[in-house]
Ligand binder design. Structure first.
Ligand code: B16
Ligand code: MG
Length: 218
């Protein structure tokens, strides 16, 4: 069997941390008098922490000094860390573990490629850290998705060429990043949103062994 590089995004693919990000950002937004809805939260999917704050401030037309921004970024993260502190294996999204098991049992290379600076503690808390041969997160990259840096670095760390690596992503920017790197993009979520992906699935329960076999052998 061939050996391929499989790269997973974290939020929206392995776990749903978007709701914790939302709660933490909402506190900051409320304090600043900015309306911040679930629809607004969608704009922050796969986006870095710094850029997320800029988007929220933009929603309310709020200007701020760098000092203020740094303070809010720290507060947001402290709040978020409190939420993820309680995460456990039951927060892993349905169907993810069988796919990871298949990949490990079939000698495939597995990496994480996430914008989050909190990726490692989250994987540890939900008990998935041991599946990953490499982790590239928000601490390791300078260019945010759709720049392919995060995925190219992940393939590099796995010792595999970027072309032909397989990426699971829930954000448009992430799918674009994978495509730019000439990887195979698999959109997880709404197909009408992730239409640029090579393959689409609503969630991991739709991904069967036959499909994984095809990815490995072609
Ligand atoms: P942190 P992903 C992303 O994770 C989230 O989707 C995004 O909402 C968040 O702002 C970003 O991580 C940074 O997270 O504040 O923990 O560094 O989808 O790239 O795994
Ligand atoms: Mg994501």
């Amino acid at each position: 069997m061939n050996q391929k590089a499989f790269i997973f995004d974290l939020d929206g693919v392995i776990v749903d941390t978007a709701r914790y990000h939302y709660l933490a950002w909402q506190k900051i937004a409320t304090r600043l008098g900015i309306e911040f809805t679930h629809e607004h939260n969608e704009l922050l999917k796969g986006v870095s922490r710094v850029r997320s704050l800029d988007i929220i401030l933009g929603l309310g037309n709020v200007q701020a000094t760098q000092e203020d921004k740094d303070k809010w970024l720290m507060e947001k993260n402290e709040d978020y860390l409190q939420s993820i502190h309680h995460m456990q294996a039951d927060e892993i999204l349905d169907g993810v573990v069988p796919v990871l098991d298949y990949l490990k049992n079939n000698n495939q290379k597995v990496a994480l490629g996430s914008a989050s600076k909190n990726a490692r503690p989250i994987l540890e808390k939900v008990g998935l850290l041991h599946y990953f041969d490499a982790i590239v997160d928000g601490n390791d990259v300078t260019n945010a998705k759709p720049d392919p840096e995060v995925f190219v670095k992940a393939a590099q760390l796995l010792g595999m060429p970027p072309e032909g690596a397989i990426v699971f992503e829930d954000s448009v920017a992430g799918v674009q990043a994978a495509n730019i790197a000439q990887m195979i993009s698999i959109g997880i979520g709404d197909k009408s949103v992730l239409q640029e992906a090579h393959y689409n699935f609503t969630d991991f329960t739709e991904i069967d062994t036959e499909f994984l076999e095809t990815l490995v052998t072609t």
